[in-house]
Design a protein around this ligand. Structure first.
Ligand SMILES: [Zn+2]
Length: 449
C-alpha cells in the first residue's frame, strides 16, 4: 500500500517526457510504473506535467540592508515558494570576515530559518578584508555544511568586496576541497568612477551608475580565474545577454563556469527603471537595454544559461517610495519567488529545459542531487504538478510584499500542486503544511562531474 499515487501524468525529469504513474511511500518516491498500485490517496494528473520540485538557489529572506529588512522571512517565503512549485531554497549567511563570525552567522541564520515549511540550505558569504585565509574559509564552510561560498567583486563602499588575489586563491582551492564559489560580478572601480559624476543620484540613474561594461568585464575576469585554476565558479544574476555572449565567444562554454540569470532580466529594461514607477524596479545589477534582454532570452533558448535563481529580495512599496529622491538610501531588490516557472516557461516553452534550469541543474551544481532535482526511486518525494495549458495574468506577489513588479503580465503555465516529502503542501492557492516542517540540508563537499 502506497501513501500517495500520482496517476497518468506526463513525467518530465529534465531529460525525457513520458506518461506514467508515480508512487510514494514514507516521504520518498518508491517507483514510477505503468501499473497501478493501491494508494491511500490518489492524484489524477492526466494532461498535467509531473516534475521534480524546483530548487531556487538564490533567495534573501529577512536580509538586512541598512534600516530595512527584506519583506519575506522563511515562513512567508516558503509560502511564496510553494505557490511556485519551489520545494528547496538556498539562502545566504551574512558576510563574514573572521571564522568566529562565520560560525556565528551560521547559527543565527539557522535559528532564523526555524519557521521554514520547505527544506533549505545556505551559501556561506565573505565580507571585505577577511582575517582568514582562503583555505580556512573553505574548511569551515564545509564544516558547517555550506560548501558554496559567495563573494562580491564590488560593494567596497560597504566593505563587502573581495580582492582579486583572494578570489584567485579561493578558485584555486575550490575543486580539490569540494566548494563552489558564487560571484556577484561587477567592476567596482568602474562604478566608483562613474559615481563621482553624481551629487545625489536618484533611482532612474541606476542603470547608468552600474553599466553593462562593469558586469561584462567582471564576468570575464572571474571566469578566467576559474578556468585557469580548474575551479568551480557560479556567476549569480547575470543581467546582460552581452556578458554571456562574450563568455561564449571568447572563453567558450566552459565546465569551470556556470551561469545563473533571474526572471527580472528577461522581463524588465532600463527604460522602465527610468520611468515614473521605476523605483519599484530597483535591483543590482540593474535592468539593461531591450537588446541585451533579447540576447539573454536567445542565450536561454540556446542552453547557455545553467540555472535560474530569483535573487528574491522584496521591499515594501513605501520603503521604495520614501527613497525615490535619494538612490543611495534605496533598498535594492524585488520579489520574484513563486513566479519563476510561469515566467521562464512563457519565454522558452520548453518543459525539459525549464526543469533542467530550475531543478536538475541547481540541485547538481550545489550538491543537493540526487535527493533533490530528480524523480528517482529512493529520493525525497518533492514534486511539482503543472498545468502547462493554463494562462493567467500575474496579480499580487505571493509572499509578504505589497506589490509585484510582474503584475499584469500574461503568462503560460501554472503550478497546480506542490508536494513535499510525499504530502500535498500547496493546492488551489492554499497551503497545507505547518510552520517549521522544512529541514536544514547539511551539504557535503561538491565536485562537479
Ligand atoms: Zn542576491
Amino acid at each position: 500500500m502506497y501513501n500517495l499515487g500520482i496517476l497518468n501524468g506526463n513525467i518530465c525529469d529534465g531529460f525525457n517526457i513520458y506518461k506514467s504513474n508515480v508512487f510514494i511511500k514514507n516521504g520518498k518516491i518508491d517507483c514510477i510504473s505503468d501499473r497501478i498500485f493501491e494508494s491511500d490517496k490518489i492524484i489524477d494528473a492526466e494532461n498535467k506535467f509531473v516534475t521534480p520540485g524546483f530548487v531556487d538557489p538564490h533567495v534573501h529572506f529577512g536580509l538586512k540592508l541598512g534600516k530595512y529588512t527584506s519583506a519575506d522571512d522563511f515562513y512567508s517565503g516558503s509560502k511564496a515558494a510553494l505557490s511556485g512549485g519551489v520545494t528547496t531554497v538556498i539562502d545566504f549567511l551574512e558576510p563574514a570576515s573572521t571564522i568566529d563570525e562565520l560560525h556565528r552567522n551560521f547559527e543565527t541564520r539557522r535559528d532564523f530559518a526555524n519557521d521554514s515549511m520547505i527544506d533549505f540550505a545556505f551559501h556561506s558569504c565573505i565580507g571585505g578584508s577577511p582575517a582568514f585565509s582562503a583555505e580556512e574559509c573553505i574548511e569551515h564552510s564545509v564544516k558547517i555544511g555550506c560548501p558554496s561560498i559567495k563573494i562580491f567583486t564590488t560593494y567596497s563602499d560597504s566593505n563587502r568586496m573581495t580582492e582579486d588575489g583572494f578570489l584567485n586563491s579561493m578558485l584555486r582551492q575550490s575543486k580539490k576541497n569540494g566548494v563552489v564559489i558564487l560571484s556577484h560580478s561587477e567592476n567596482d572601480s568602474i562604478i566608483r568612477e562613474i559615481a563621482k559624476n553624481y551629487k545625489k543620484p536618484v533611482y532612474s540613474d541606476l542603470s547608468d551608475l552600474r553599466p553593462s561594461i562593469s558586469e561584462i568585464e567582471a564576468v570575464m575576469r572571474v571566469s578566467l580565474f576559474s578556468i585557469l585554476n580548474d575551479g568551480q565558479l557560479y556567476i549569480v544574476h547575470v543581467s546582460s545577454g552581452e556578458s554571456i555572449e562574450m563568455v561564449q565567444k571568447i572563453l567558450k562554454k566552459h565546465k569551470n563556469v556556470k551561469i545563473e540569470s533571474c526572471p527580472q532580466y528577461f522581463y524588465f529594461t532600463k527604460n522602465l527603471v527610468k520611468s515614473k514607477k521605476g523605483y519599484l524596479y530597483t535591483y543590482c545589477p540593474p535592468a539593461r537595454s531591450a537588446r541585451e534582454s533579447e540576447i539573454l532570452a536567445y542565450e536561454l533558448k540556446n542552453g547557455n544559461i545553467d540555472s535560474i535563481g530569483t535573487d528574491h529580495c522584496p521591499f515594501m512599496k513605501s520603503e521604495k517610495i520614501e527613497n525615490k529622491d535619494d538612490y543611495l538610501k534605496m533598498p535594492n531588490g524585488i520579489p520574484s519567488l513563486g513566479l519563476t516557472f510561469s515566467l521562464i516557461n512563457t519565454l522558452n516553452r520548453n518543459m525539459i529545459q525549464s526543469v533542467r534550469l530550475m531543478s536538475v541543474n541547481p540541485a547538481k551544481i550545489f550538491g543537493l542531487y540526487p535527493e533533490k532535482g530528480t524523480l528517482l526511486p529512493g529520493t525525497d518525494a518533492d514534486i511539482t504538478i503543472i498545468d502547462d495549458e493554463k494562462q493567467f495574468i500575474v496579480g499580487n506577489a505571493p509572499g509578504n510584499c505589497d506589490y509585484s513588479p510582474y503584475e499584469g503580465i500574461d503568462v503560460n503555465g501554472k503550478v497546480e500542486k506542490t508536494i513535499i516529502h510525499g504530502k500535498i503542501a500547496y493546492e488551489n492557492d492554499k497551503i497545507f503544511v505547518k510552520k517549521g516542517e522544512g529541514k536544514f540540508i547539511h551539504r557535503n563537499p561538491i565536485v562537479w562531474g
